[in-house]
Design a protein around this ligand. Structure first.
Ligand SMILES: [Zn+2]
Length: 107
């Protein structure tokens, strides 16, 4: 199965700008305009100051890998041809963390 056939996340009101940046191959983070806190995933209201004002800013583009595994299980039939693939837990040097997978299969 090609990458084009993979199930895709559905952007919502808060995450749509992030997905648009991903399509341009840009890594951005949401920054609160009230207090400057970076937040990921995107949300409408800042957890720190309750401001609804935010902007999208470029991420530093560097991160550390904290952990990883190689997934050998077929959890979704549509991704059966992708197995095995690596799954990473990373922390951006911007101070945000998250998980993800690479676009390529391991051999
Ligand atoms: Zn804030």
């Amino acid at each position: 199965m090609s990458l084009r056939q993979r199930p895709r996340p559905e952007p919502d009101r808060d995450s749509a700008p992030w997905w648009e940046a991903v399509r341009r191959h840009e890594l951005t983070v949401q920054r609160c305009e009230g207090c400057g806190t970076l937040r990921f995933p995107a949300r409408a209201v800042c957890n720190r100051c309750r401001s609804r004002a935010s902007a999208w800013v470029p991420a530093l583009g560097t991160a550390r890998v904290y952990s990883w595994i190689v997934n050998h299980q077929v959890f979704m039939r549509s991704m059966a041809d992708e197995v095995p693939f690596p799954v990473l837990l990373v922390r951006l040097d911007d101070g945000l963390g998250g998980g993800g997978t690479t676009a390529s299969r391991t051999t």
